[in-house]
Design a protein around this ligand. Structure first.
Ligand code: 3NM
Ligand code: IFP
Length: 542
């Protein structure tokens, strides 16, 4: 190998499989086309091939790799790797133990290991730098390529957890690739979402089998993956994620402009929400000059996402089947339209936690909004909760600010923690992602955060769907905004509008029944007056 192990480029790692070759292609034609179009590392993985043929294939593939100066890794078969003097080997958890592999291949060869759990990183760290050079983190998404998988898909959150463990164990020498069900429709999201909490690590590359090996045009498939890797920006919205300073003056101007745009565009706000919220959410949406639709029909999700200015409010108090929710997330992500996610009762029960975790791993949300209990749980700070109900969470502002920033960072989203004080943090990083270096040192504590408050409104907690309808309000403003708007400003404007309306309604109502009606009136009046300068709430920019 004419280069040192440190120089290996893990960015686009092809793992071969001869059982899925399309008509008219061969193992060699697919590998060569892939090498010609940006693959930087090749692993020969032929689980069903006899040794003699495997050796012949390995020697042929080795010639191709040498032509393109790309290292060749042999999967599992240490004997074959030694026989042809390959550049390295990759072994799984049930294959030959790593220390034995290292002893056989010597210090110069690349040794890769399949890792699916943090405890396997603990072992790798114990062995130290001379053993494992890189790990394949998988499987990220479901895949039919790996027969009898022993692991469940871990999702982007699972990848981030492995990256965190590498950082915690200071395994700085170890490189990483993600693998499992990776395709053009989800790779940007993996690169964007999978960063360690210390801001220092993201995966060094992605590894694919079927996206290239089963492609009728392997060169085009590889080139497409290459451009995704080099792009460095996940544009999950068709409007900008540009940064904007949110001082009060600017913000009030922006709020006025956003409301004007909503008025002109009358956004379609697609609610998938719980039965209690449906009627009230529809009336809040209408009061805000927007058009509500409550649809839980899987087949129409794509048509609705395609309607100009559509936005999705996904409130997991809904009892819609999970495949409907996942289809809606896919549709709105595919159409680059905003999704507001309200993980109602997150972690209150194991069922809800599992449902919410599944949804969190299957898409990119523009905004995640919850009460303090939900946000603390999402942040992994549930220990700070006193009870599951928001009112009982008497933890201080500092803790809630920290939790809101952690949720924003973990999910690369605009996180909203609603309560007497509303906390809003921007973790979108303007959609930027980089291989290897994570968020370039930016951590949750560094994220922009704004506090909106307007005095306490106790009666807000005495009506149904008051929190859920903040979600409707955020979705209306996100749906109606134009391409130059900034998502952080839009969400802050929506939170402020809702807070001012709540306060106004609480001074006019005679009880919780009229509060409901007064809240809709206040939203209607504030929206149509469109005079944010008159809004009484305070902003604090941290
Ligand atoms: C070889 C392999 N290892 C996995 C793991 O999770 O360790 S998943 C996998 C197959 C990945 O194939 P595709 O890119 O076609 O989904
Ligand atoms: C099972 C595997 C898991 N990961 C990888 C790679 F991505 F290449 F590291 N290769 C494998 N064969």
């Amino acid at each position: 190998m004419g280069y040192s192990k440190q120089d290996v480029d893990y960015s686009l790692y092809l793992v071969t499989d001869s059982t899925m070759l399309p008509q008219g292609t061969t193992l060699y034609s697919q590998v060569e086309a892939a090498l010609r179009n940006g693959v930087t590392l090749v692993q020969l993985r032929e689980k069903e091939t006899d040794t003699k043929i495997f050796i012949e294939e390995a020697l042929e593939v080795q010639k191709l790799c040498k032509q393109f100066k790309v290292p060749l890794i042999i999967n599992d078969r240490i004997d074959v790797a030694l026989a042809i003097d390959a550049d390295g080997v990759h072994v799984g958890q049930d294959d030959m133990p790593i220390p034995m592999v290292r002893k056989l291949v010597g210090p110069q060869k690349i040794v890769g290991w399949s890792v699916g759990y943090p405890h396997e990183v603990d072992q790798l760290a114990k062995w130290g730098p001379g053993m494992v050079d890189y790990i394949g983190i998988g499987m990220v998404f479901p895949t039919s390529t790996k027969k009898n998988p022993k692991k469940l898909p871990m999702g982007p959150l699972g990848v981030s957890r492995i990256l965190d463990t590498l950082e915690e164990r200071d395994a700085h020498w170890c490189r990483t690739v993600a693998i499992g069900g990776l395709h053009p429709n989800n790779i940007e999201r993996v690169l964007y979402q999978c960063t360690s909490m210390d801001g220092r690590r993201s995966v060094d590359g992605i590894s694919v089998v079927s996206d290239i090996m089963a492609a009728s045009d392997a060169g085009a498939a590889a080139a497409n993956l290459r451009q995704i890797l080099d792009k460095g920006r996940y544009s999950f919205l068709d409007f900008s994620l540009c940064d904007r300073s949110t001082d009060r003056e600017t913000l009030l101007n922006v709020a006025n402009h956003i409301i004007t745009q909503v008025t002109e565009s009358r956004p379609l706000v697609h609610h998938i929400t719980n039965k209690v919220h449906q009627n009230f959410g529809a009336n809040v949406t209408l009061a805000l000059g927007s058009s509500p639709i409550m649809s839980e029909i899987k087949e129409e999700a794509s048509d609705l996402a395609n309607v100009p200015h559509a936005a999705l409010l996904l409130n997991t108090g809904s009892v819609a089947p999970i495949d409907v929710l996942e289809a809606a997330i896919d549709a709105y992500n595919a159409h680059k339209r905003p999704i507001v996610f309200d993980p109602v009762g997150y972690s209150a029960t194991a069922t809800r936690r599992t449902l919410n975790d599944t949804l969190l791993s299957c898409g990119q949300f523009t905004c995640i909004k919850g009460n303090s209990g939900e946000i603390l749980s999402l942040a992994g700070m549930a220990g700070k909760m006193k009870g599951v109900d928001a009112h009982e969470c008497e933890c201080g502002k500092e803790v809630l600010i920290q939790a809101t920033r952690l949720v924003a960072f973990k999910f690369k989203t605009i996180a909203v923690c609603s309560g007497e004080f509303d906390f809003i943090a921007d973790g979108t990083m303007k959609g930027a992602y980089s291989l290897s270096v994570g968020s370039k040192g930016i951590q949750a504590k560094d994220l922009p955060c704004v506090i909106v408050e307007n005095g306490s409104i106790p009666i807000m907690g005495d009506i149904t769907a008051s929190g859920c309808s903040l979600g409707s309000t955020i979705a209306c403003l996100l749906g109606g905004s134009g391409e130059e708007a900034n998502v952080f400003d839009i969400v802050i404007s929506a939170v402020a509008l809702y807070k001012v309306a709540g306060k106004l309604a609480s001074t006019r109502c005679q009880g919780s029944g009229t509060f409901h009606v007064q809240l809709i009136d206040a939203l209607y009046q504030l929206f149509h007056a469109n005079n944010p300068r008159s809004w009484s709430c305070n902003f604090e920019k941290l």
